[in-house]
Write a protein that binds this ligand. Structure first.
Ligand SMILES: *Cc1c(COP(=O)(O)O)cnc(C)c1O
Length: 570
């Protein structure tokens, strides 16, 4: 079936992302950034927004996680088979890396919506006979390797991606860079759009930066300076083949290092953060730019458990393409909301029994916490005072955890180890499990099956967070530090609960450890546990508000309509 040319005539938005998470079978994502990209593409297909997505093939995936007998993370490659799921396109492109020619091919995956909208996704691949052995490995490991390896990947993504779109015959209206990894595409556009030199001009005038800027949109996701990719210019000059004068490149990408965020910002007409607060934090970090905010979302159908899909289909038909209809959740009887939730909970508990051999009790309030393991997310905050936790929670709480630490992140891996020690030591008093290999498949069982979704990041480091939105659409209330999207979604005791003080200021150094821990325990003990066991209809009210006041709005349909009218329209 090679009717891929049907995608060519219509003008499209090219959406570039280093990672894209569409399904667990295509393990080319590590966490929230990639899942957001996948959800963005799915909503674009539902809404028939003409998009073409570009990413890397990552043949060896991110990695598979297991937990060994000592409670430590073990990693293995997550090799997958593109030929079973994707179609290899017949046209290749060529780039230069370290003065070697490197051929790139693209594999096509079609995201198809029930609305019959379709979005093509191109997975770039350098594993082609004729390429040097080391170059064939460039598109193997997502976030693997050293700085030079990463830079080569970003050349393939940015420059290779822009070139192959052109070569295939795509007609691109805007280039949307999801995070700075694809920023090098601006250099390709700059070179491509170079004006012929006129006699009266100096060389600089032939570089039409305005034309590139008009075509680019940039979304930043990282609220810390150290999180932005930067490369030393000696490495850049050694690896990247470009015609742009070094002084111009430094004006655009930074004098000291090539900063991918700065490069993208300098060449984008529209720049945004991923929640209101994150927009403000980014604005303070980059005062010379105007930074907008479009809050992230989740794809409604992907993240709603089959149990709630059934329920919504009966009471709120076409909710999946028009999630605003969830605002009418009060038309669903309380007992049906509760029974539906119990179905999702039983399904998760069965999965836990099969994978971990632990039997959880369906009548006990169950807290969930799972996401990429990074120390700023403080997955072990709830273990800060074990005596206090046991005294308030014994017989009343159980917990399910999950998440992978990056293979090079020793503090993150140590955090998993500490959590495992607590789980083993106290598991007979509060039942707890750590589900291995957290991925989209595990997330889609775990999140809907718990009663309460916990999030305890250090502020303001959670740019948006999206797993809490996945909880909300399944009627699972959030109990979270006021950061990212939760600042916008939280109404105390109505949509869920906050942990710790209200946000003020944008400084990274605010650390409310003691206040957060105290509030976490006090609210569990005095508010959340009593409500769950003594006022079931009060609890169901909060579940309904999570759906009707959070999920109806915090989804990628709403988000994409905003990108179309605010970012892509200029
Ligand atoms: C949604 C999702 C995330 C993002 O979780 P946050 O709590 O927003 O960090 C990470 N990993 C997977 C597999 C997900 O599905």
């Amino acid at each position: 079936m090679s009717d891929w040319k049907k995608f060519l005539p219509e003008q499209r938005i090219a959406y570039f992302s280093m990672e894209i998470g569409l399904t667990s079978e295509i393990p080319t994502y590590s966490g929230g950034l990639g899942v957001l990209a996948g959800d963005t593409i799915k909503s674009a297909a539902d809404l028939k927004i003409p998009l073409v997505a570009v990413t890397l093939l990552s043949r060896k995936g991110y990695f598979s996680q297991s937990i060994d007998d000592q409670g430590r993370q073990q990693e293995s490659p997550n090799q997958w088979h593109p030929e079973n799921l994707l179609e290899c396109l017949p046209i290749k492109t060529l780039i230069t890396i370290e003065e070697r020619d490197v051929k790139i091919q693209a594999w096509l995956y079609r995201v198809t919506s029930p609305s019959r909208g379709q979005v093509p996704v191109l997975f770039l691949d350098t594993d082609i006979p004729g390429n040097a052995a080391e170059d064939r490995r460039i598109t193997d490991h997502l976030y693997g390797g050293d700085q030079a390896y990463r830079f080569k990947q970003e050349i393939v993504l940015g420059i290779g991606g822009a070139r192959i779109l052109n070569q295939l015959g795509f007609n691109i209206r805007k280039y949307h860079m999801n995070e700075g990894h694809a920023s090098l595409l601006t250099l390709e556009l700059l070179t491509h759009g170079r004006r012929p030199l006129e006699e009266t001009w100096d060389e600089r005038n032939s570089w039409n930066t305005q034309e590139v800027t008009n075509k680019c949109v940039f979304t930043t996701h990282t609220p810390v300076r150290a999180g932005h990719d930067q490369f030393p210019y000696d490495l850049v000059e050694r690896i990247l083949d470009h015609e742009i004068p070094l002084d111009l490149l430094k004006d655009l990408g930074g004098q000291e290092h090539l900063n991918m965020t700065l490069l993208a910002m300098n060449l984008s007409q529209y720049v945004n953060g991923v929640a209101k607060k994150h927009g403000e934090v980014s604005q303070a970090m980059f005062p010379g730019f105007h930074i907008h905010a479009i809050t992230n979302g989740i794809h409604p159908f992907t993240w709603t458990s089959p149990y709630f899909v059934n329920l919504y289909n009966r009471y709120l038909p076409s909710w999946a393409t028009e999630p605003e209809l969830l605002v009418r959740v009060d038309s669903i009887p309380d007992d049906e909301i509760w029974d539906t939730h119990c179905g999702a909970k039983a399904y998760l508990f069965q999965y836990i029994a099969e994978t971990c051999g632990v039997e959880l009790d369906p009548d006990i309030l169950t807290i969930g916490f799972a996401r990429r393991v990074a120390t700023y997310k403080r997955g072990d905050l709830i273990f800060s005072d074990m005596d206090r936790l046991l005294s308030l929670g014994e017989g009343k709480l159980q917990m399910v955890f999950g998440g992978k630490a990056h293979p090079h992140d020793e503090p993150g891996k140590e955090l998993i180890h500490r959590m495992m020690q607590n789980i083993r030591q106290y598991g007979d008093r509060i039942r707890m499990v750590y589900l291995p290999n957290y991925n989209m498949d595990v997330a889609s069982r775990l999140i809907p099956g718990v009663d309460l979704w916990l999030n305890t990041p250090m502020r303001p480091l959670e740019a948006s967070g999206t797993s809490g939105m996945k909880a909300a659409i399944n009627g699972v209330p959030n109990f979270s530090v006021l950061d990212g999207w939760w600042i916008e979604g939280h109404i105390e005791g109505v949509t869920g609960w906050s942990i710790g003080p209200a946000p003020n200021g944008n400084s990274i150094s605010q650390n409310h450890m003691d206040e957060d821990v105290e509030d976490l325990y006090a609210k569990l003990e005095n508010t959340i546990i009593p409500l769950y066991y003594q006022d079931r209809s009060g609890w169901i009210r909060i579940m309904k508000n999570a759906i009707g006041k959070n999920a109806y709005y915090f989804n990628t349909h709403v988000m994409m309509r905003r990108y179309v009218t605010e970012a892509y329209c200029h």
